[in-house]
Design a protein around this ligand. Structure first.
Ligand code: IPD
Length: 267
């Protein structure tokens, strides 16, 4: 793959910017030097989120001035039809970050002509950089990754994402179903890390009633390139509105969808 290929250039840029941003986030976490507020119920915001997103946006804009930008925290830049657009979460797992739990990451995806071409998720506390480009495989710190060999929900470890948007009853129903299959439900507070953990076999599946594009697009690229399954997140204007998500090891895909019909999650 040539390094002047436009997609490869964006992959390399995303890796460098994610590492730079992650280093800043890590320093602020270790110094515990930030204000915490809320965007809404259980929706944490720290001053580090905005600062980091501005840094990422500036770096990407300098390298690719015509690209659009959608971030969790800022107004973004216009998205051109048929152009490239960056989709960024400066800190995914903000509730963990804000409460002193070292489980969060920087998530940077790039869509080109409507396809998720590049995904980079960087965990600065473990120095783990997960990266993929469409058709190029998925890697963690340069080594290929793949999902688990699980074929039975009855022994699966499943991340069950939660946020207030999905509603209490639906979440409790979903947790009940997952436990009812015999699987172990987990909720560790970062959708992006949940996805790369599916990609690398640390979890067998991830399900959530509603997730936003900045939390999941990079992870989706990485799961697919690792050989895992992910539902069609971009359907029905998912980029703007968010969507349900199911991601899994390939051997669980059919069982998960068939067992699920998860009240709007299964396709
Ligand atoms: C949240 C986390 C969480 C997921 C939510 C997201 P944030 O993002 O990824 O795990 O369940 O849907 O909103 O607020 O930490 O950036």
């Amino acid at each position: 793959m040539s390094d002047d290929d436009p997609t490869q250039l964006r992959l390399l840029a995303a890796e460098a910017v994610a590492r730079e941003a992650g280093t800043l986030v890590r320093q602020r976490f270790l110094n515990a030097s930030f204000e915490v507020s809320f965007k809404g119920p259980q929706d944490y915001l720290t001053e580090v989120d905005g600062e980091t997103e501005e840094r990422i946006a500036a770096r990407l804009h300098a390298a690719f001035p015509r690209d659009g930008f959608i971030g969790e925290e800022t107004a973004g830049r216009p998205v051109r039809d048929g152009g490239a657009v960056w989709v960024v979460d400066p800190i995914d797992g903000t509730s963990n970050f804000a409460r002193g739990v070292a489980h969060f990451c920087v998530s940077i995806a790039c869509l080109i002509d409507g396809a998720i071409e590049v995904g980079v998720v960087y965990d600065p506390m473990r120095d783990e950089l997960f990266a993929a480009r469409r058709g190029g495989g998925a890697f963690m710190n340069g080594a290929p990754i793949r999902p688990s060999d699980a074929t039975s929900l009855a022994i699966a470890c499943i991340e069950v994402g939660w946020n207030v948007r999905g509603g209490v009853k639906r979440y409790l129903d979903l947790i009940g179903r997952v436990a009812g299959w015999g699987a172990a439900p987990f909720r560790i507070g970062s959708g992006a890390l949940a996805l790369v953990y599916v990609a690398s076999g640390r979890r067998d599946a991830f399900v959530e009633h509603h997730i936003n594009a900045w939390d999941c697009l990079a992870g989706i690229c990485i799961v697919r390139e690792a050989g895992g399954y992910v539902s069609d997140f971009l359907a029905n204007d998912g980029l703007k509105k968010g969507n349900p998500i199911i991601a899994s090891a390939p051997g669980l895909k059919d069982a998960l969808i068939a067992s699920a019909k998860l009240e709007g999650i299964a396709p």
